[in-house]
Design a binder for this molecule. Structure first.
Ligand code: GLP
Length: 253
């Protein structure tokens, strides 16, 4: 990792690009430094105070410039540890016609995955869950919610609901839901998936480490067993800047 303050400031006097408010001049100057590779993805930015002193602007100006760069995805802020140049985004391409799991999708790309558990437990079902999962009266529901990451990069939040008969102990899932279902012969063989655009709310944005209001893909999957019974009802939110869904189209006969 480069010594960011030196890399960013160099030895020359700092000349901000002219035009517009000061914070925008500073914003352009930092964005240029990132674009020409003077500071690299993952490098820490100097503190607000250091930046203000070196560039000779107020801390309010620095803060505003940094906020805009975070909003544009050029910088990222991590609570307690500071501001960094955002990692390079390599987009994940996902086929629309294969019923695969997140773990398998990422393994095919050689990416290591992990999950941060947000929730897993047995609950009384909502009317929607009862209807979609076709639950009998009194049947309970297993809910599992995970933040899915590739390395350190959060990619998606997945909130799944399954009958508690199929999934009596959600705590027993090691990492892959489909691998777990496979073991008990309950891996789905067919699914209907609905995708729509959405803007991220505050909570999900914080988990995905992108600004609230940023573009996201909202995906709903209802997956079936060979018997036709619904086994999984999952709602996911994927970062719009990292995921592409690809469909092969053929001329109808
Ligand atoms: C995909 C689907 C989810 C499914 C998940 C299983 O990401 N959108 O509906 O639950 O894969 O993945 P894994 O087996 O890695 O938990």
């Amino acid at each position: 990792m480069a010594d960011a303050p030196d890399a960013l400031f160099g030895t020359e006097a700092i000349i901000l690009p002219q035009g517009g408010p000061l914070y925008l001049q500073l914003k352009r100057w930092i964005a240029d430094a990132v674009a020409r590779g003077a500071v690299k993805p993952g490098d820490a930015l100097p503190s607000e105070r250091d930046l203000a002193t070196k560039v000779d602007v107020s801390r309010v100006t620095v803060r505003k410039a940094v906020q805009h760069l975070v909003r544009d995805g050029i910088l990222v802020q991590r609570h307690g540890s500071g501001t960094f140049v955002a990692p390079h985004q390599s987009r994940v391409e996902q086929s629309l016609s294969q019923l695969t799991s997140f773990t398998e999708d990422m393994a095919r790309r050689g990416m290591a995955v992990r999950a941060v558990w947000l929730d897993r437990g047995i609950y009384d079902p909502s009317p929607e869950e009862t209807m979609i999962l076709g639950l009998s009266p009194g049947e309970r529901v297993a809910r599992i919610a995970r933040l899915r990451l590739s390395g350190d990069m959060p990619l998606a939040i997945e909130r799944a609901a399954l009958s508690a008969v199929t999934m009596p102990d959600p705590g027993a899932i090691a990492s892959s839901l489909y691998a777990h279902l496979d073991k008990s012969g309950n891996r789905p063989v067919r699914a209907i998936q609905r995708i729509r655009a959405a803007n991220l709310g505050e909570g999900d944005a914080r988990l995905l480490e992108i600004p609230a209001g940023a573009a996201a893909l909202h995906i709903e999957r209802i997956a079936y067993l060979p018997s036709g019974k619904v086994v999984e009802f999952t709602r996911s939110v994927y970062r719009g800047d990292t995921y592409d869904f690809v469909a092969e189209l053929r001329v109808g006969k």
